[in-house]
Design a protein around this ligand. Structure first.
Ligand SMILES: C[S@@+](CC[C@H](N)C(=O)[O-])C[C@H]1O[C@@H](n2cnc3c(N)ncnc32)[C@H](O)[C@@H]1O
Length: 217
């Protein structure tokens, strides 16, 4: 008897995403803006830029702009998706920006570029955290790096709105950064997911919205 092998999708590899974006024009991960809007709008300020990390080919920036939050700064490490999204951005969305960059390492240039010396008030991450968790080690080094990098971009009192399929995503985030601040989990909100084809009696499925606030350590 032969034992089959299971091939895991390499969600943590840049080459996977670049290959995928060669074929894919649009895929909205986990929650749509319609589902998120009532949960996050109280954290958004129309006069402040919103940083959307791991943007992929999500249409979130356009929905935000249509609803009165015109300045959305999107970042993804796949250069091809950034080029595609730039090409799709009509002049109507003249305050939506697209950058190629690695969210684990190197985003501080965004602060200087936007004269934001205290940092952003809001960062949105829709399933970037899941992607990064896929390739992580036992110490969760990459997730720690993400928490640290986002913390370097957000001002004290600002928030990281993080959408994940996992109910276990928060425990690496509440450790002190060693730089005078830490993340405080304010809410972990289970959001029921509609599955129109579910059989009667199928268990309910949830995605999770984590609201993390940067506070003094
Ligand atoms: C699950 S998709 C989510 C896309 C989008 N946020 C959405 O909700 O539809 C994860 C995205 O994160 C990007 N990504 C993964 N690791 C990254 C990193 N280290 N730096 C920047 N982007 C990254 C991938 O290229 C991909 O577009």
């Amino acid at each position: 008897m032969s034992v089959g092998t299971v091939k895991a999708v390499p969600f943590h590899e840049k080459s996977y995403w670049e290959g995928r974006f060669e074929q894919e024009n649009h895929f909205e991960w986990l929650l749509s803006w319609d589902a998120l809007k009532p949960l996050v709008e109280s954290y958004l300020d129309p006069n402040e830029p919103i940083l959307h990390i791991g943007c992929g080919n999500s249409r979130l920036a356009f929905h935000l702009a249509d609803d009165g939050y015109p300045h959305v700064i999107n970042v993804d490490y796949a250069e091809n998706v950034i080029q595609q999204m730039k090409a799709e951005t009509s002049p109507k969305y003249d305050r939506i920006e697209w950058y190629a960059g690695d969210c684990l390492n190197n985003l501080l240039f965004l602060l200087n570029q936007h004269d934001l010396h205290d940092g952003f008030s809001v960062v949105i991450d829709k399933s970037l955290c899941d992607t990064i968790a896929c390739g992580d080690d036992d110490e969760q080094t990459s997730q720690q790096k993400l928490a640290h990098q986002v913390g370097s971009l957000v001002r004290i009192g600002g928030v990281w709105l993080c959408v994940s399929f996992s109910s276990q995503r928060e425990h690496v985030w509440d450790q002190p950064s060693g730089m005078g601040w830490k993340w405080k989990r304010e809410h972990a909100i289970p959001v029921p997911v509609n599955h129109p084809n579910s059989l009667p009696g199928a268990p309910e499925i949830f995605h999770y919205l984590y609201i993390n606030r940067k506070v003094p350590a």
